[in-house]
Write a protein of this length. Structure first.
Lengths: 187, 144
């Protein structure tokens, strides 16, 4: 690694030869997961390598072998690069003359302020609720995603809901707070 | 028993999600350590809060975990990918003085060849014997 981030070409060639397969596989799988053509994978793989060596190997210098293996780390970097690139491709600009008026109208909104104390929910509790309510997974599926048993999901959900009900004052009278709706100014 | 259709529970979660402070974007090192089960508990909790906001991160972690466990078969990279990646880092150009020495050496070699060629040409001309009949013949001892 020292020779690699020092810019020694031979070290870089060894790195490429050794890990190109890992990066290519991660990019290819990310592209396939998004339903896009795998022909994009080669160009995206090159973007990954560019990202690794640019700015004097800034990203590579962040790698710490004591915390995780390089294969795991490269998989995450490659997937992130692939997803970023695919998202940019999706959000291509459209000529404003071709866009319908509704698409360019931006209503002015002012979100209501609600105080949420730090640590109201633990990260695990928030994640479980996100899986159950945002991704509409059933408890068994959520358990599979997190590698825990179903009872853990149920218990975590229960504790999270107790905290939320207590915080929003719904644990006594059974009434739920109105979901936050931003106020809208009529322009 | 979890009733995901309970509107009250959904409302509470959405209210919380809309108002909760955003977690800092996790770095790849933390995600990798988390995928391998090596992240310390407090950091793992913060990371899970971030993942709750961005479900794509969970897909990334699962993919990385599969790789770490050896559940994903390696796919050889195309030669084009390897060639292009290798070309990103090349030998730096030699310093100016070395280039100057190189060109000077080339020039000196050209001059040397030219001088030697001239000498051989003169020697050849000296070795030619003009006979009375006007023929130009070479001295037998001359080696060209």
């Amino acid at each position: 690694m020292p020779a690699l981030v020092a810019g020694v070409p031979a070290a870089w060639r060894r790195f490429v030869d050794r890990y190109a397969g890992v990066i290519h596989a991660a990019v290819r799988n990310a592209v396939a997961d998004s339903g896009r053509s795998i022909e994009d994978a080669t160009d995206i793989a090159q973007d990954v390598f560019v990202r690794l060596c640019k700015d004097d190997y800034r990203l590579l210098r962040q790698f710490d072998p004591a915390r995780a293996s390089i294969v795991t780390w490269l998989t995450l970097v490659a997937r992130s690069t692939a997803i970023d690139k695919l998202r940019r491709k999706q959000h291509r600009t459209v000529d404003i003359d071709d866009a319908p008026e509704a698409a360019v109208a931006i209503p002015a909104v002012e979100p209501e302020h609600i105080a949420i104390p730090p640590g109201l929910l633990t990260g695990r509790q928030a994640l479980v609720l996100a899986l159950l309510y945002d991704q509409d997974l059933d408890p068994a599926e959520a358990a599979g995603r997190l590698g825990v048993d179903v009872q853990t999901i149920r218990s975590t959900h229960h504790k999270a809901m107790v905290r939320l009900r207590h915080h929003f004052g719904t644990d006594g009278d059974g009434t739920a707070p109105t979901p936050v709706e931003p106020s809208r100014r009529q322009s | 028993m979890i009733n995901r259709d309970d509107p009250e529970d959904r409302a509470l979660w959405r209210t919380y999600r809309a108002a909760a402070p955003a977690e800092a974007e996790p770095d790849f090192m933390a995600l990798a350590a988390y995928a391998e089960g090596r992240l310390e508990a407090s950091a793992a909790d913060a990371l899970e809060a971030a993942i709750a906001r961005d479900p794509a991160l969970l897909a990334d972690v699962r993919a990385a975990r599969a790789v770490a466990l050896g559940d994903v078969a390696a796919i050889p990279a195309p030669l084009r990918t390897i060639r292009m990646a290798r070309a990103l880092v090349v030998e730096p150009p030699p310093p100016a003085w070395r280039r100057a020495v190189g060109w000077t050496s080339v020039a000196a070699a050209i001059l040397l060849v030219a001088a030697l060629g001239f000498e051989f040409g003169v020697a050849t001309a000296d070795s030619l014997l003009l006979r009375g009949d006007g023929d130009l013949t070479l001295d037998q001892d001359t080696v060209l």
